[in-house]
Design a protein around this ligand. Structure first.
Ligand code: SF4
Ligand code: SF4
Length: 300
């Protein structure tokens, strides 16, 4: 990497996975900050473009000590237990509550230099074996475009396989394609207006980026998270098939909505908007799989 490049990335965390975020064993870098607000997001702590503190009131075994941990008065003990006022937290930058070492407070997000991430990735080279590598996810990686470009270039210099998980809404995304070995790209809804209403972003740029990658014959998996009540009815599944098959014989991964992120929404002081959505049944998934296959898509 040249000395003139020196980006820091806002990172939620890093971890290791096997065969879920790309082939083989992988280090995954989860970036913080997203330009969408999907009601079913399983990682809502990745949305804000700044570090923040999650508050798990269920872990609050000493309420008085917890209220004392916040000098801004955001944590109060009331008849219903301990509550945290997130409006107060929104203007807090140095998080003195974390010094209490209570498990009720948890930091989400911190800066890491690109060089530190590349060095860490290189240290685990033997773990990846032939197939694996590094996956950059989020949040939305393209929200930190220049830093991600630098990270991908650094990984390429190290000959480490790269995958990126994106919502695809960044118009400059194709600039990164030469540095991405495998692209995972979400399509939230086949209809532009509905996508904008539900997630805050329409789908036109995402579809353009899918088309662009397909025409370049770059490795790509289009991910659809099926969420009953939002995008999983028969008509919408057919519309997914129509829109995507008009681009080509794409690889599709169907992901069923789950509620495992709900606890994090609460720890951020919010209710998960899709909390009432049902998790799709196996029959539902089979139907969607069959329907998309009829449109000539490769569905897994
Ligand atoms: S983030 Fe700041 S305001 Fe919020 S609980 Fe912690 S110390 Fe208090
Ligand atoms: S695009 Fe991904 S990270 Fe962003 S809000 Fe939607 S599900 Fe969450």
């Amino acid at each position: 990497m040249s000395e003139t490049q020196a980006h820091n990335l806002l990172v939620l965390n890093t971890g290791f996975t096997v065969a879920v975020d790309g082939p083989g064993q992988r280090m995954v870098v989860y970036l913080k900050g997203c330009n969408m607000c999907c009601p079913w997001c399983a990682a809502p702590e990745s949305m804000a473009h700044r570090p923040e503190v999650l508050f798990y009131s269920g872990r609050a075994d000493e309420p008085v000590r917890l209220s004392e941990a916040c000098p801004m008065g955001a944590v109060r003990v009331g008849p219903d237990g301990v509550r945290r006022d997130t409006l107060v937290c929104a203007s807090c930058d140095d998080f003195p509550c974390l010094k209490s070492n209570s498990r009720a407070f948890e930091l989400a997000g911190g800066l890491m230099s690109v060089q530190a991430i590349v060095d860490k990735a290189a240290r685990y080279r033997s773990f990846y074996s032939k197939l694996g590598g590094v996956t950059i996810g989020g949040g939305e990686p393209a929200c930190q475009f220049d830093g991600v470009a630098e990270l991908l270039a650094g990984l390429r210099e190290q000959s480490i396989h790269t995958a990126v998980e994106t919502n695809g809404s960044e118009p400059r995304l194709p600039e990164l394609f030469p540095l991405i070995d495998l692209l995972f790209i979400d399509l939230k809804h086949p209809d532009d207006d509905q996508a904008a209403r539900i997630t805050g972003q329409g789908n036109r740029v995402t579809l353009d980026n899918i088309r662009h990658r397909y025409e370049q014959k770059g490795a790509m998996v289009v991910r659809i998270c099926l969420v009953p009540g939002y995008n999983a009815d028969d008509k919408t599944v057919r519309a997914f098939g129509e829109v995507l098959s008009s681009i080509g014989r794409l690889n599709i991964e169907l992901l069923p909505f789950h509620r495992r992120g709900e606890v994090k929404w609460r720890a951020l002081g919010r209710e998960m908007p899709a909390a009432d959505a049902a998790e799709p049944t196996n029959e539902h998934l089979q139907f969607a799989r069959k329907m998309l296959s009829i449109y000539g898509l490769n569905v897994s």
